[in-house]
Design a protein around this ligand. Structure first.
Ligand SMILES: [Zn+2]
Length: 254
């Protein structure tokens, strides 16, 4: 493609216009486009074929505002409950390393953001850029799964929408335990002090990140929120780096 006026570019602009801010219908269209990519098994429920109509419908649910038990300052939104298709794609992405499921997670997050833009909760990314900050993952578990699903999902979302970028800022130290069996207080204790910046404190990179985020809507993105402990701790760490979180978006709320 050469320049900004070729036929492919015009086609892209046509789709970008169609997709922008249309909420559910944009999501349906985008999902149909990605359907062409990988046939096989429904990532939501395992039925033969690709994403089945039941899961597709579930994944189009309107995002719901929620109040995490942990003290999260930013407004928090869940794309669905941790059940059915939402749970299916999270497990397929995390435990089976499904590329398709990661893309769907990215689409679900993007559809939620588009809807929040349409509702006036978030400025359109064409006016104020949206920075997606993936919630921290343990390095070891990300390696086992062939890459961190949330970062990959955010990257997929960003590729679909001009004005949306992904900026990984934090990770968890490898001594952090898997929190799935822990209660609320234990989760916070497990995470306290263990979410660390990826970018060097005082580095040029950090000042660039801070600058980028100060002029953007900063969205912390995670797969599942149980108590909100990860979001609360991440928010504190980001605040210590001079980065304010405006919004938390999770694929599912447990
Ligand atoms: Zn299904």
């Amino acid at each position: 493609m050469s320049g900004n006026s070729g036929p492919l570019w015009q086609l892209w602009r046509f789709f970008a216009k169609k997709l922008h801010g249309l909420g559910a219908s944009a999501f349906r269209m985008a999902v149909e486009v990605t359907d062409l990519v990988v046939p096989g098994q429904c990532p939501g429920c395992g039925a033969p074929g690709d994403l089945c109509s039941g899961c597709r419908k579930e994944l189009r649910a309107v995002p719901v505002r929620f109040s995490p038990r942990a003290p999260v300052r930013a407004r928090a939104w869940a794309c669905g409950a941790y059940a059915g298709a939402h749970r299916g794609i999270i497990i397929a992405a995390k435990e089976r390393g499904s590329h398709r499921a990661r893309e769907l997670m990215g689409m679900v997050v993007l559809a939620a953001l588009r809807r929040l833009v349409a509702q006036g909760e978030v400025m359109p990314p064409s006016i104020t850029p949206i920075v997606l900050v993936p919630a921290p993952t343990r390095r070891a578990s990300a390696r086992q799964r062939g890459g961190d699903p949330i970062t990959l999902a955010c990257a997929f979302a960003a590729r679909q929408e001009p004005g949306v970028v992904v900026v990984p800022v934090v990770r968890t130290e490898s001594s952090t335990k898997d929190s799935s069996e822990l209660g609320a207080q234990q989760r916070r204790a497990n995470l306290s002090g263990r979410i660390v910046p990826i970018v060097g404190v005082g580095s040029k990179k950090l000042s660039e990140v801070r600058q980028l985020c100060s002029d953007a809507t900063v969205v912390l993105v995670d797969d599942v929120a149980t108590t909100g402990a990860t979001a609360a701790e991440t928010e504190l760490v980001l605040a210590s780096l001079g980065v304010r979180v405006d919004l938390v978006v999770v694929v599912a709320r447990a």
